[in-house]
Write a protein that binds this ligand. Structure first.
Ligand code: B12
Ligand code: SF4
Length: 483
């Protein structure tokens, strides 16, 4: 049987790679298609004439996936459509939609036999062990979508879940435990693939041009026997793979980590993403992050810096509050106090399906924003606010990185001057600057240049100036920048 695997966005569709390898284990024929860059994607899928068409879209890509599906079904009515991944797992009600035949909730393992046997409807898998994630069908994807092998960064992970339970997050342990129970959360989502399997996967990545691995474990230190695993892993990675890695963590885990492990990890990690998310205690509580606070974040930041890491601080604005702009400004100032001069990423709150923040917002009388695409780079959040508030929140997302960094370089300068925002480029970043920043307007081209200036900062932070500039140049030529 032939299975078309449809990829969305610029990046490697990592979950779908594992679906591909599982299908191959069952002797199935697979082919990847590029919905982002291939203008003839529909014709190409039609011509290949698959028996099954498989999608793994995040929420932001679901409308595009569904529209592609409708067109394919018009051409090939008997094709069976299968949806899986985070969005499908959280939104099984999509099975009610016309043309959606199968929705898989949870890992692919154990579902292919059912699908091939003709089972339709919602199939909930039973996650077994992380070793079920063997070697993803990455090379098959590279063969079908050559631009993917050229991506400067590749995605890898050792552990699929997170121990925390943040209310806005699809990785939340609340969500996973509700669906699969706490034993599976511990044994599958918070356990790691073996070092050997991860290294075997990395050997394949190593054959292709790669500048960095985005290590997408939600918290690099979390899970069972984290330090032991990381120690063995770094040893093997340095010996054989040796790509720089970008990792993520929390303040709690950073402060809990031993000196040895911070030293060891530094051998291969340049930059750490540290989730701040909010500064006000009430906002942290709304996010179910009451375990965090500014003092602890500052200590974690300082600790990471002392071990030589660059730190990317991440925060969320646009909360369901009476004063979302003031809350966002408090967060912005907090970021500056925690990591003055650092690179920060400020995102608008997204309301992903079946996350608890959805319910919290509704109970507080907030509606969802129909204009939100689910992509954080747009600066457009998931909740509907008055126009003026919406604009200020978006501006905080757009200019917050510049404010905390505190210096206008060429990329920022060009964007600001292009948008007629010379004041922001030339004046001191004081209260007047902030007022101007909150209220300024700019066109789409400027918005794109601002997003690129931020992206440029992040790449330099992660790879250093010389390498970062080279890589960024390549990114601008090969990536559809979201803004
Ligand atoms: C890796 C990752 C990325 C990578 C790669 C993205 C990609 N396209 O694959 C990067 C860093 C680029 C990324 C970016 C974004 N991400 Co991301 N990312 C993750 C992360 C950390 C891991 C996902 C993963 O690969 N897990 C490992 C694989 C093996 O598991 P899996 O995906 O669940 O797949 C398994 C099953 O679900 C199932 N399955 C999956 N697909 C299918 C399909 C079929 C047909 C079947 C049968 C089964 C099946 O089988 C797989 C193997 O068992 C998750 C959080 C998490 N810990 O899960 C967030 C997550 C998926 N990302 C998220 C988001 C929002 C984004 C962005 C949209 C953020 C933004 N900028 O706005 C961007 C989109 C970028 C893009 N253009 O693709 C959200 C998605 C929420 C949602 N409801 O959509 C998540 C859940 C994070 C969160 N905390 O909320 N992300
Ligand atoms: S710590 Fe990060 S990945 Fe984990 S639940 Fe919270 S936001 Fe999600």
């Amino acid at each position: 049987m032939k299975h078309a695997l449809v990829c969305f966005g610029n990046e490697e569709n990592y979950g779908l790679f594992f679906v591909g390898s599982e299908l191959k284990n069952f002797g199935q024929e697979i082919k990847f298609f590029d919905a982002e860059n291939d203008k003839n994607v529909l014709a190409n899928i039609g011509e290949w004439n698959p028996d099954y068409v498989c999608f793994s879209p995040m929420t932001t890509f679901f409308p595009q996936a569904y529209s592609i599906l409708k067109s394919i079904k018009e051409k090939i009515p008997e094709v069976v459509s299968v949806f899986g991944g985070h969005h499908a797992t959280a939104s099984p009600e999509m099975i009610e939609l016309e043309n959606v035949d199968v929705v898989v909730r949870g890992p692919v393992k154990g579902t292919i036999e059912k699908i091939l046997n003709g089972e339709k409807g919602v199939i909930t898998s039973s996650p077994g062990q992380p070793e079920d994630l063997q070697i993803p069908a990455r090379e098959e994807c590279y063969e079908d979508i050559p631009r993917m092998k050229e991506r400067y960064r590749k995605i890898m992970l050792s552990m699929a879940g997170c121990p925390y339970a943040c209310t806005y997050c699809s990785s939340s342990s609340l969500h996973r435990t509700e669906l699969f129970g706490s034993k599976i959360q511990k044994d599958y989502f918070l356990s790691r693939r073996s070092v050997d399997t991860v290294i075997r996967e990395a050997r394949i990545v190593k054959k292709y041009p790669t500048e960095e691995i985005e290590w997408v474990d939600d918290d690099v230190f979390a899970g069972k026997n984290g330090e032991e695993w990381l120690t063995e892993f770094v040893e093997a990675w340095k010996k054989e793979i040796n790509f720089p890695m970008y990792v993520s963590t929390t303040s709690v885990s950073t402060l809990r980590a031993s000196e040895e492990i911070l030293k060891t990890l530094k051998r291969t990690v340049n930059c750490v993403g540290l989730g701040v998310q909010a500064i006000r205690p009430d906002s942290l509580r709304m996010f179910n992050r009451q375990w965090d606070n500014e003092e602890q974040l500052k200590m974690a930041y300082t600790r990471l810096k002392n071990f030589g890491y660059n730190v990317n601080l991440q925060a969320i604005v646009g909360l369901p509050l009476e004063d979302p702009v003031e809350d966002a400004l408090d967060t912005l100032e907090g970021l500056k106090r925690i990591g003055p001069g650092s690179i920060v990423s400020i995102y608008p709150l997204q309301i992903y399906p079946h996350t608890h923040i959805n319910q919290i917002a509704r109970e507080k009388g907030f509606n969802v924003n129909e204009n939100c695409s689910g992509d954080t780079n747009s600066g457009i959040g998931g909740l509907s606010f008055q126009k003026d508030i919406q604009k200020k929140l978006r501006n905080i997302c757009k200019f917050g990185t510049l404010y905390v960094k505190g210096a206008v370089d060429e990329a920022w300068g060009n964007a600001l001057i292009r948008g007629g925002l010379d004041y922001l480029a030339n004046e001191k970043m004081d209260g007047k600057w902030m007022e101007y920043m909150l209220n300024c307007d700019f066109d789409d081209e400027t918005s794109k240049m601002l997003s690129m200036a931020r992206y440029h900062d992040c790449v330099i932070d992660r790879l250093g100036k010389v390498k970062g500039d080279q890589v960024f140049d390549k990114i601008t030529k090969t990536t559809n920048i979201r803004y």
